[in-house]
Structures are given as structure tokens and as C-alpha cells.
Design a protein around this ligand. Structure first.
Ligand code: TYD
Ligand code: MG
Length: 457
């Protein structure tokens, strides 16, 4: 009965034999040996280690991989943050506060893509089809062939997406989708994880791109989309300060592109307008720059962005002085204040300190250190910086001004916008048309601000 190479597994104890017999030699049970494909003979590991091919096909780092194909939607700011368009079969999470404009953005993305022949679906779990349609009409997108549906049942959505071929699907929002396989309520971690998991699997299997909308609340009461972040290929945040029309799409994770890229939009009556050149957007161009304001020559993603940093240093009315910061990191502000105190003798112990980044932008670059310090010193001394001056440079704990990336690009953009002076790290090469004031140490820069000394030497 035994054949060459055949293996027999006992259905009772699991022991594997190389020949068939009526009774299992291992457990003694009768008629339990069955020929099994893929069963391993006893001691197989030792025998086959050297000869058996491994299941992993290893490859070298130097082999070339074709770039993934991209769905170009035609909304350039969106496409750039994606890394040149949406990759088919990928899943993207857009996280943002309620009301920031996520639905508006994705409706525009879907509509623009549809106009280019991309097969798009927009599934809303929050609004009725009429609401989405009337918004699309108001935004002048009624002609675009986007398939709309209002649905919250995961099963219905998956079935619907299997029935028709789509390239790009928007699910608005993941918190409203529920699966009947789980008892937890919609929006719970269990439901969000289950729905996202199934949609991501569907995306991979069918090669369609899925964009999931996720609300984040400051209180974190809704099961945040944090659980989804690990499942998707890209996470973008959509940000904007209340009272400002500017909205920023920022890559937080991207398997198919750079994560420091931003897209800039302006919310208006007809939806979001793309801001193709945001460099002057966050500058306060009306009127003179007062004491306490410094223009930071920043880089956001691949583009230079000039932004005004405003500081107010005022005597503290209470025992504990206040520190408040908008658009920058509070910890970074504490560090700059400590360095100003320890290395420059500028004390803020009995002062309230407020720092604000104009226009609702959020800065994360360390290159903004010197601009923040300059704004603080300018307010503390009540001396305005020259109107035509930009500032950049990182500050170390020892009080040195460190060089930052792309100093030339920063200055060139500033020169283009009419700035004629730059204050920065000592070893930077000034760009054409720029008077450059280099500072080795923060104390040098602070002294200049104090004295109003802007001579280049
Ligand atoms: P929405 O996209 O619904 O936000 P989200 O999906 O992130 O919750 O946008 C809501 C806000 O945008 C709302 O306050 C109104 C404003 N808005 C405009 O100012 N202009 C417009 O054309 C649209 C569609 C919305
Ligand atoms: Mg919405």
C-alpha cells in the first residue's frame, strides 16, 4: 500500500508515518492513517533543511521596481500630497475635526477625477444623497459622473462595490459604518476596526483605491481613527483654524510618497479653491509690522512658505505667568524661553508670553526657532524688526544658531516677495539681492534686535 514519497497522518493523534498500516504505531488506534498531502514526515526538518527551497523569494535592494501606477485626480494639491496621485489598491485615511471640510474636499476630488474618466463612488453615511447632490450643484460639480449612495451597512457597501467596477471610492465617514457581525455600536473601536479592515482588504483585492474619512474630536469621545492608521497605506490630516479660510492637507504617513508634503486650499462659497503658490499666504501684508512680529522663511513640504510669527510679552498680573501658543509647539516655546533666559539674560519669569503663528498655519520645523526668539525679543524690547527682514535658524540648548535645510531656497522666495534682509545662521550664503545678517549665537541676534543694528559686516 505504501507509495514512494507518500505520507500518512493519523487522524487521531496527528503522528505522520511514511508507510500505511492498519494500526497507528504511535497511538494504537485502528484505521486512522490517511494519506495527506503536505504532511511532514518525522524528522523532516533535519533531513530537508539543506535541500528544500525556502518559501520566501528574497530579492536584492538594487533590483528595480516599477513605480506604482497612479490615479491622477486633477486636484493638484491633493495629488501632490498623495505623492503624484492615488495608488490603485491603496487605502487612505483623511482625519480632521468635524466641519473642517473633509466631505467638501473629497467630493471635489471624486468629481474632478470622474471628469478625467476615473470611475468614482462617494458613499456617505452621514448625509442623504440629496444633501450631497445639492452641495455638488452649488460647487458646480453636477456634471461629474460620481456614483452617490447613502449607506451605513458594511455588508451593503461591500456588495455594492463588488457589483460595479470602481477605481476610487470615498467612504464618509468610517465612524458611521457598522458591520452586523459585531454587536458593538457604530463608531466603537470594534466596529471601526472591522469596517476599515474589510474595506482595506477589498481595496487590495480589487485594486480600487479607498479613501476613508475619519473624524477626530478634541475630547476623543468618538473611537478615534487611530486604530485605522496602522491598516491604511496613507494618513492625511486636514487642518484649519476656526475663523480662517485656509485649509491644509498634510501627509502624516504615506507608503507611496513623502510625508512632509502639504496641500493648501481656501474655503469659499463654491467649495475649496486650490492655493497653488502659498508662499505669501500667511503674511500679514496690510500695514506695518509691529514690535513682536517676525517673518519666518519656512519650507512646507517642497515649497517655501513665509509666515508671520507674532509674540506678546506682557507683565504678569498673577503669581504664575501664562504661556499660550497657537500654531507652534508649547514645549518648543518653553525651550526657547529657557535659552533666552540662560544664554541671553532675558528673563520672562514675571511675564505672560503669547505666541501666535499668523493665518492658522501650524509650524513644526525647528528652523522657526530663531524667528520665534526674534519675535519674543522684539516684543520684550518693544522694538520692531525691519519690515523687509526674514528670519530662520535652529537654536540649540547651548544658545547657538544652527544651519537649517534649504537656506538658499528660503531666501530666494523671500527676495521674490520683496524682502531684502535675512537674519539666519552665520555660515549661510546670502541669496542674490539679500543683505544677510549671520548670527553664530542667539545672543548676537538678540543684541542686534535690541540695538536696532542691521548693518551687514
Ligand atoms: P464639510 O465638508 O461638511 O466638513 P466635514 O466633512 O469635515 O465635517 O464642510 C463643512 C464646512 O464647510 C461648513 O462649515 C460650511 C463650509 N463650506 C463652505 O464654506 N463653502 C462650501 O462651498 C462648502 C461646501 C462648505
Ligand atoms: Mg462631512
Amino acid at each position: 500500500m505504501a507509495r514512494d514519497g507518500a505520507l500518512y497522518a493519523c487522524q487521531s493523534c496527528g503522528a505522520v508515518q511514511t508507510r500505511w498500516s492498519g494500526q497507528c504505531p504511535a497511538c494504537g488506534a485502528w484505521n486512522t492513517l490517511v494519506e495527506e498531502i503536505g504532511a511532514r514526515p518525522p524528522g523532516a526538518l533535519k533531513l530537508t533543511k539543506a535541500t528544500r527551497k525556502t518559501g520566501l523569494a528574497f530579492e536584492g535592494l538594487d533590483e528595480s521596481t516599477p513605480a506604482p501606477p497612479r490615479i491622477v485626480t486633477g486636484v493638484d494639491e491633493w495629488d501632490r500630497v498623495c505623492g503624484g496621485g492615488v495608488v490603485p489598491g491603496s487605502a487612505i485615511l483623511i482625519a480632521g475635526d468635524p466641519g473642517v471640510g473633509k466631505s467638501t474636499l473629497l467630493l471635489q476630488v471624486a468629481a474632478q477625477a470622474a471628469r478625467r474618466g476615473v470611475r468614482c463612488a462617494y458613499i456617505s453615511g452621514e448625509e442623504a444623497v440629496e444633501q450631497v447632490r445639492s452641495r455638488a450643484q452649488r460647487m458646480g460639480l453636477a456634471d461629474a459622473d460620481v456614483k452617490l449612495a447613502a449607506e451605513t451597512s458594511l455588508r451593503a457597501i461591500i456588495d455594492g462595490l463588488k457589483a460595479e467596477p470602481f477605481d476610487l471610492v470615498v467612504i464618509d465617514s468610517i465612524q458611521t459604518i457598522w458591520s452586523d457581525a459585531h454587536e458593538a455600536g457604530p463608531g466603537s473601536v470594534t466596529q471601526v476596526r472591522a469596517a476599515a479592515g474589510e474595506l482595506v482588504r477589498l481595496a487590495k483585492k480589487r485594486g480600487l483605491a479607498v479613501v476613508l474619512v475619519g473624524h477626530v474630536t478634541k475630547e476623543g469621545t468618538l473611537a478615534g481613527p487611530r486604530v485605522v492608521e496602522h491598516m491604511v497605506d496613507a494618513v492625511f490630516s486636514f487642518e484649519g483654524e476656526r475663523g480662517y479660510p485656509f485649509r491644509i492637507l498634510r501627509g502624516a504617513k504615506n507608503r507611496f510618497g513623502a510625508t512632509d508634503e502639504i496641500g493648501v486650499f481656501e474655503m469659499g462659497d463654491a467649495g475649496l479653491a486650490e492655493v497653488k503658490n502659498p508662499s505669501a499666504l500667511f503674511l500679514n501684508t496690510s500695514g506695518e509690522r509691529a514690535a513682536g512680529a517676525a517673518v519666518f522663511a519656512g519650507i512646507e513640504g517642497s515649497r517655501p512658505v513665509l509666515v508671520e510669527i507674532q509674540a506678546l510679552v506682557a507683565p504678569s498680573a498673577y503669581g504664575t505667568p501664562r504661556r499660550a501658543v497657537v500654531g507652534w509647539d508649547g514645549g518648543r516655546l518653553a525651550m526657547i524661553l529657557a535659552v533666552l533666559e540662560a544664554r541671553c539674560g532675558l528673563s520672562f519669569g514675571d511675564r505672560d508670553v503669547y505666541l501666535n503663528v499668523a493665518g492658522g498655519l501650524r509650524i513644526s520645523e525647528p528652523a522657526a526657532d530663531l524667528a520665534a526668539a526674534a519675535a519674543l525679543a522684539s516684543s520684550a524690547f518693544d522694538v520692531a524688526l525691519p519690515q523687509d527682514c526674514v528670519v530662520f535658524g535652529e537654536i540649540s540648548l547651548s544658545g547657538e544658531v544652527r544651519p537649517v535645510s534649504r537656506m538658499d531656497g528660503r531666501m530666494k522666495e523671500a527676495a521674490k516677495l520683496g524682502f531684502r534682509r535675512a537674519l539666519g545662521p552665520a555660515d549661510a550664503d546670502p541669496a542674490a539681492g539679500m543683505a544677510f545678517i549671520g548670527a553664530h549665537r542667539l545672543a548676537d541676534a538678540i543684541q542686534r534686535i535690541h540695538d536696532g543694528d542691521w548693518e551687514t559686516r
